[in-house]
Design a protein around this ligand. Structure first.
Ligand code: NOJ
Length: 534
């Protein structure tokens, strides 16, 4: 694979694979995954056919939020290894044509970061304004009603100086002040540091949080809030997130990134699509290449709902904006649990045949499911502090083999390995040519071989009788994708004339079969068809 093999940039053609390093492979027996572990599994990732790995943060951190609380942006945390290990991982990934995307966490640091220690030391410290400090509000309480992820005030009083600092997440994750030019310059230096070492770009954490209202106005009550929703949803975060000035910051980053050909910027933003797509920027002010599209996390799983979702997303993008799709990540329940094993195959088929860059969450290619974690073993600080916020179940060790602890560690894994790991593991599924693992491999390989399936156009054929169909086309090459979202077999009407051949079925058992109108399609089956030339 070379960058000139097909049109388009690598981050358009290739699939991204999210690695949660704590849970990938432990090579030193401490129960926590490490960089050497990821390096040892590069052959597996190459075999699978992904073009890039995104590593969630591996930088020095007290691990209150497992790396999303950074104490040194330029050092690797000893739990994962060393800077040399990271460089070596990059070199060996590149040797296999796999790019490495790092996690950039600019919104907040750890409270242990030297910048914050200096900032909180006195009101006159040179770094005071690097964070968001405010005097108490008129009632002597917090400066505004803003809520943190925990659903309680996002302002923490620091008795030493009598002021509050703002933290959108944990109190141990103070927010940086992105209105301060020194902060911007320091973080651009961090980006340069990693880009100069050859890394292929960044996934940017909570990009829409960076800039807060200059006047710190109270957030309004969320009219859509109902009991049972997370407590931070009580207010609409209109003054604490997605402020217009954030786009100036993203433009600065993109300008930097554009000096490193091939490097990619991916933005994490949980926003309605119309506001999400603003993070692409425009012709004159480019922003991120890919604002993560999380719509599938909450989508109703039916043919009309998915057809509508895909059509409206495609319709919202302008010609320069490249789509992307995400089925799972380390903050959400796994797709295998959300949908069950049969529909998880259908979801993989959809993810890997739609137009746009797919992101695969580690273990989803095995159909891994959420693993229950008993209350006394909860590791995620969010879950320890607020019942229901824990994300441990979707972060359990990668299931490599039938060995003890699924071959993840020789020690005690930091999160439990489920009993089904004895059969649902990479080694076993590699031997099973009809497994969900092989489904991923086959689809990824077809995407590489067929420009229609990567850079090709997308035309929806809509939903009919439980089946969502669409065309992918490039020049003379056309593919028809049909996905049956229902639990019953049906005979689907193909929107193409003539004889068709099945290039791939999600059950991996009908390849080469020929059909005409009235295509039999099984429960939750997906088909990739191509017209036969006469
Ligand atoms: C989003 C990350 O994905 C999540 O894991 C983290 O807790 C928050 N950002 C805060 O950094």
């Amino acid at each position: 694979m070379t960058d000139s093999a097909q049109d388009g940039e690598w981050w358009q053609r290739e699939a991204i694979y999210e690695v949660y390093p704590r849970s990938f492979l432990d090579t030193d027996g401490d129960g926590v995954g490490d960089l050497t572990g990821i390096r040892r599994k590069l052959d597996y990732l190459q075999w699978l056919g992904v073009g890039a790995i995104w590593l969630t943060p591996v930088f020095r951190s007290p691990m209150r939020d497992f790396g999303y609380d950074i104490a040194d942006y330029r050092e690797v945390d000893p739990a994962f290894g060393s800077l040399d290990d990271l460089d070596q991982l990059l070199a060996e990934a590149h040797a296999r044509d796999i790019k490495v995307i790092l996690d950039f966490v600019p919104n907040h640091t750890s409270d242990q970061h030297p910048w914050f220690r200096a900032s909180r030391s006195s009101r006159n410290n040179a770094k005071r304004d690097w964070y968001i400090w405010r005097p108490p509000g008129s009632d002597g309480g917090p400066p505004s009603n803003w809520l943190s992820i925990l659903g309680t005030s996002a302002w923490q009083l620091d008795p030493a100086t009598g002021e509050y600092y703002y933290h959108a997440f944990l109190p141990e994750q103070p927010d940086l002040n992105w209105r301060n030019p020194e902060v911007r310059a320091a973080m651009l230096d961090v980006m340069r540091f990693w880009l100069d070492r050859g890394f292929d770009g960044f996934r940017v954490d909570v990009i829409w949080h960076l800039i807060k209202d200059e006047q710190f106005r109270d957030n309004p009550v969320n009219p859509a809030y109902i009991e049972g929703m997370a407590a931070d949803q009580r207010l609409s975060p209109v003054f604490s997130t997605d402020r217009p000035e954030v786009h100036d910051v993203v433009v600065e980053w993109r300008t930097l990134i554009d000096g490193y050909p091939g490097a990619v910027l991916i933005g994490e933003a949980y926003l309605p699509v119309e506001r999400l797509v603003a993070y692409y920027g425009d012709e004159t002010r480019r922003e991120v290449h890919l604002p993560f599209n999380f719509q599938m996390f909450w989508a109703e799983w039916s043919a009309p709902a998915i057809a509508q979702l895909v059509e409206s997303y495609e319709g919202t993008l302008n010609h320069a904006a490249w789509p992307n799709w995400v089925l799972g990540n380390h903050d959400q329940p796994r797709i295998g649990s959300r949908l069950g094993s049969e529909r998880a195959r259908l979801a993989a088929f959809l993810l890997l045949t739609l137009r746009g860059t797919p992101t695969i969450y580690y273990g989803d290619e095995l159909g891994m499911t959420d693993v229950p974690v008993p209350p006394e073993q909860v590791q995620d600080t969010f879950g320890q502090r607020v019942l229901g916020l824990g994300r441990d179940p979707a972060r359990t060790p990668m299931q490599w083999s039938a060995e003890p602890n699924a071959g993840f560690t020789t020690g005690t894994p930091w999160l439990p390995v489920p009993p089904d790991a004895a059969t649902r593991n990479a080694a076993a599924l590699t031997e099973d040519a009809r497994s969900i693992l092989w489904l991923h491999k086959r689809l990824l390989s077809l995407r590489r071989d067929e420009p229609a399936l990567s850079m090709g156009s997308f035309v929806s054929m809509g939903a009919q009788d439980g089946v969502f169909s669409f065309l992918r086309q490039d020049g003379e090459s056309t593919f028809l994708v049909m996905l049956n979202f229902d639990s019953t077999s049906t005979s689907a009407v193909a929107p193409l004339e003539g004889e068709l051949e099945i290039a791939l079925s999600s059950h991996l058992d009908r390849e080469g079969e020929r059909c005409r109108q009235g295509i039999p399609i099984g429960p939750f089956e997906a088909l990739l068809l191509r017209p036969l030339r006469r």
